[in-house]
Design a protein. Structure first.
Length: 550
């Protein structure tokens, strides 16, 4: 059977007529239903997962569900202008946010728009919110400390640059306090901080910003907020916005710290979204991929590998290394050195200044009645490199920060400590473990031998010197000195109630009379024999003077 010419022309005409309609349904859509921040849209056949959509009234939305007959989208904001039959347009853009130096010191919402009244953010840089985490070869082991300024953490659950350390505990146990002290302690450390507030009251976020400003921390901090009054899609996307902004610094060879306060509220927002999108519920009504939302977020924390090339001595600019082979990481440095040996004296090893950056993540999870075996807490514990567990009973008994040393752990450990801290922290951990064990049995014993009594007395004093006020982070050299005094018996004869005064006085005494002790630890990062000898002399001298006081 053959088609005649007029039949062919009629088919072509019909297709041309239908072309505009097809193009319209590919690029635009019609709202079928809207409610609770979720819109179902007919059309948008060319829409991509994660693409931004434009709703009436300048409202933006995010494509989450791609179904056979409609598109499910989350709306970022008030949906009062969106009605059934409203026209929705594709933007062709996957969700991205502004990044760069212009965001330092600013308070922004989950879309990167300023909410601090300081005018627009002028930056030429934008990055996609959903990016793949760096692979294994692009990373190097965590080996550089990120000092929190909190004695109990830096000594026993140390955090390294590039690590993911979970802060977990019931509400009102000091989780945010630990995170804020860590941010305040980064002053002068060349670390750019990002505090992501999820589902918190605006007054709480305002007081956090006020405290950070008061201590000069807003000079290197960006606050991303998705408050309790904001829609679930904004609360869900806020952590990804924060990590995207932090990655800009990581990928330019600098250091960043990202606090997510807190991820349990993000999981609740995602559960709400998923149920409204008719995704099947799983355990505790959370969707099946709730683990993935946290894993893909926290995997983006990394210590990036250094990059090296072997080039002629006159080449000092990385961008001009030409076709030279790029070596990565510690093995790469060794290979570059071998190539240099083979090539001779006209060459040198050049390091990429934009490599070796880090992004450290401090996610916060709120537990119910101390239950760390609940669904979301166990998920995040399994993703992170350790946890700081804050206990209500300890907090109420006056141990602050209320860190349960038995349940808290750092899977990086001594690699994230300087040599000086490592030398004193080992003894501290051992003595506190012995004290906890003895204290459990001692409450049932009527009389105790001298060794047991001494161990209990030492333990009580060690717990006391690990107590610390809020917003007073301590530099690492001062931490080493007070822990040394505690573990070596210099505080054994002092009343527990006078230990806070002892510590304050000790730091002042050493600063005035033996400043070389602090200077030596600061520069050498270790407690060498000579410094230890001077420190012993200072502790003896100060102990005698302090003991004579009333």
């Amino acid at each position: 059977m053959q088609l005649r010419a007029e039949e062919i022309s009629s088919i072509i005409k019909k297709q041309i007529q239908n072309y505009e309609k097809a193009a319209l349904t590919t690029e635009t859509g019609t709202v079928l239903s809207v409610g609770d921040g979720i819109a179902r849209i007919y059309g948008l056949e060319g829409a991509m997962a994660g693409e931004l959509l434009e709703f009436p009234g300048n409202l933006m939305g995010l494509v989450l569900n791609l179904e056979s007959d409609n598109v499910g989208a989350a709306c970022f904001g008030d949906v009062t202008d969106v009605k059934e039959g409203s026209v929705v347009k594709r933007t062709g853009r996957i969700l991205d946010v502004p990044v760069g130096e212009a965001l330092i010191g600013r308070v922004v919402n989950a879309l990167g728009q300023p909410v601090d009244g300081k005018g627009p953010i002028q930056t030429p840089h934008r990055r996609r919110v959903e990016l793949k985490a760096p692979g294994i070869l692009a990373r190097q082991p965590v080996k550089e400390p990120l000092q929190t300024g909190i004695k109990a953490i830096d000594a026993m659950v140390p955090i390294g640059r590039g690590q993911r350390e979970l802060i977990i505990g019931d509400r009102q146990t000091g989780k945010t306090a630990v995170a804020l002290d860590t941010i305040i302690n980064q002053k002068g450390q060349n670390v750019h901080c990002f505090y992501v507030a999820i589902g918190q009251k605006q007054s709480t976020v305002a007081s956090v910003v006020d405290k950070l400003t008061q201590f000069g921390a807003m000079e290197y901090t960006t606050v991303v907020t998705a408050g309790a009054s904001e829609t679930a899609p904004l609360q869900f996307i806020a952590p990804y916005t924060g990590v995207t902004m932090a990655e800009y610094f990581r990928d330019s060879g600098r250091h960043a710290l990202c606090v997510y306060d807190d991820l349990s509220k993000q999981a609740v927002a995602y559960r709400q979204l998923s149920l409204l999108l008719r995704r099947p519920p799983g355990r505790e009504a959370y969707p099946g991929d709730v683990f993935y939302i946290h894993s893909r977020l926290l995997e983006r924390a990394a210590k990036m590998a250094d990059e090296f090339v072997v080039v002629k001595k006159d080449v000092t600019d990385w961008d001009k290394h030409g076709e030279a082979k790029v070596y990565k990481g510690e093995l790469g440095k060794h290979a570059a050195d071998e190539e240099l040996k083979a090539k001779g004296g006209e060459f040198h090893v050049l390091r990429n200044p934009k490599s070796g950056g880090s992004l450290t993540a401090l996610p916060v999870i709120e537990t119910q009645a101390g239950d760390v075996s609940a669904y979301i807490p166990t998920n995040v514990i399994s993703i992170t490199d350790g946890q700081i567990f804050l206990e209500t009973d300890l907090f109420n008994s006056g141990v602050r920060p209320a860190i349960n040393v038995g349940l808290s752990v750092s899977r990086v450990g001594g690699s994230a400590q300087i040599k000086g801290m490592k030398s004193v922290a080992g003894k501290l951990k051992l003595e506190l473990a012995q004290y906890r064990e003895m204290a459990a049995f001692a409450q049932f014993a009527s009389d105790l031998d001298k060794v047991t009594r001494d161990q209990l007395e030492r333990g009580v004093r060690l717990v006391e010197i690990l107590k610390q006020g809020q917003y007073v982070p301590l530099v690492v050299e001062k931490q080493i000195v007070i822990i040394y005094a505690g573990t070596r018996g210099y505080i054994d004869g002092i009343e527990v109630g006078r230990l806070a005064a002892y510590e304050r006085g000790l730091h002042d005494f050493i600063e005035k009379k033996y400043p070389s002790v602090y200077e030596s630890i600061r520069t050498k990062k270790a407690l060498d024999d000579e410094t230890e000898k001077t420190l012993k002399k200072a502790l003896d001298e100060y102990g005698t003077a302090f003991g004579k006081k009333d």
